[in-house]
Design a protein around this ligand. Structure first.
Ligand SMILES: Cc1cc2nc3c(=O)[nH]c(=O)nc-3n(C[C@H](O)[C@H](O)[C@H](O)COP(=O)(O)OP(=O)(O)OC[C@H]3O[C@@H](n4cnc5c(N)ncnc54)[C@H](O)[C@@H]3O)c2cc1C
Length: 331
């Protein structure tokens, strides 16, 4: 375990916001995890992964816990168990190369394995909840480890029990059911088209992971060059009546039918239609590559980014009577 005082977090959040924390505690393994208990004051800790789903609006006064990103995964009794600090994208490639399927559509999503269940990461028709068997947590108030089953994690679209309440938990390890028999998921036309372009008729998990990575690189701005946190808003859900009204007025509306006569609306379409794609305010703005991505062009602050995001929420609400929900956590 390594403790650093007055630590700069600019390299530890993908929006590259210049903020500090009073204390940064690097945890190297499960034994270290237990050693953090004495550092826990009344205010608890802030757990930081790769900072790819955060907007830092101020310095963090709580001690910040960060699990080392040294990759560690192994297959035990048919389950794939992974260290929470491991980089998610590395894990997906490792599994795909081993012929273990189920998460290949989630390739190239930034962040750590430990943060992935927090918002039940999803992409290209797959969510992490489909393969998680248990999530190991360390309760820093009681000093005890515990395993939550998939049901206990209460996974839903971009959320879980880990987001519901402020809890004293660090996610330390995850177990997945990944198998060579997993069905290839070609729900997204883009994936099918790219496979066809590569002349791949019977794709392996590795093919899918590589194709998804290529599509993502094409579609999304690279946060290492243009700092961002991916999608800034969730795709909102509206009822049938509302959808009918919008579809009549906007024939190009992008939406997907759900159960119970509801529809998921493309937040990117809403923003683009309101003119936000490429819209810039000082050092931050909406990407000209993808309207859903807010980027830091220089030394923008978290407060400026939030202010611009509120402008977009107001505008979308005025035009479509839909309230967008911000996806990343505002700290
Ligand atoms: C370019 C880009 C593309 C993206 N694309 C997608 C996408 O397709 N789908 C998608 O779902 N998301 C996407 N995201 C969002 C992001 O990658 C995920 O939410 C990711 O899981 C965040 O991981 P992190 O380690 O960066 O977490 P952080 O941003 O560091 O933390 C996020 C939250 O998790 C908590 N947390 C982190 N680690 C732990 C832990 N070990 N224990 C307990 N709590 C913890 C933090 O306290 C915080 O509340 C994208 C982001 C970017 C920058």
């Amino acid at each position: 375990m390594k403790v650093t005082e007055n630590f700069n977090l600019k390299q530890h959040n993908t929006l590259a916001i210049d903020c500090h924390c009073d204390q940064f505690i690097l945890v190297e393994n499960l034994h270290d995890v237990e050693k953090i208990v004495p550092y826990c004051g009344k205010q608890g800790f802030f757990i930081l992964g790769s900072g790819s789903n955060l907007v830092l609006t101020k310095n963090i006064e709580k001690p910040v816990i960060h699990l080392t990103d040294r990759f560690h995964a192994r297959v035990v009794d048919g389950l794939t168990v992974v260290w929470g600090g491991s980089i998610w994208a590395d894990f997906v490639m490792w599994a795909a190369k081993k012929g273990l399927g189920g998460i290949e559509n989630l390739a190239a999503i930034p962040g750590t394995v430990g943060a992935a269940p927090v918002q039940n990461i999803g992409a290209y028709g797959t969510e992490i909840k489909e393969t998680i068997v248990w999530v190991e947590i360390f309760n820093y108030r009681t000093g005890k480890f515990q395993r939550l089953s998939n049901d206990e994690c209460r996974f839903m679209y971009r959320t879980s029990v880990f987001k519901e309440t402020e809890n004293p938990w660090i996610i330390t390890r995850l177990a997945f059911e990944l198998t060579p028999k997993a069905e290839i998921n070609l729900a997204y036309d883009g994936v099918k088209d790219e496979l066809q372009a590569r002349n791949i008729l019977e794709p392996s998990f590795q093919d899918i992971a590589e194709v998804v990575t290529t599509i993502r690189q094409r579609k999304l701005p690279d946060y290492k060059e243009v700092p961002n946190v991916g999608s800034f808003y969730n795709n909102p859900i509206i009822d049938e009546k509302h959808h009918k009204k919008l579809a009549r007025k906007y024939p190009d509306l992008v939406s997907y039918p759900l159960e119970n006569n509801h529809f998921r609306i493309s937040a990117a379409w809403l923003l683009e239609t309101c003119g936000f794609k490429g819209h810039r305010m000082h050092e931050c703005g909406f990407s000209d590559k993808h309207a859903l991505v807010l980027v830091n062009y220089g030394d923008s602050t978290g407060k400026e980014i939030i202010s611009l995001s509120k402008e977009a929420i107001r505008s979308v609400n005025q035009k479509f009577k839909i309230k967008l929900k911000v996806e990343p956590q505002i700290v």
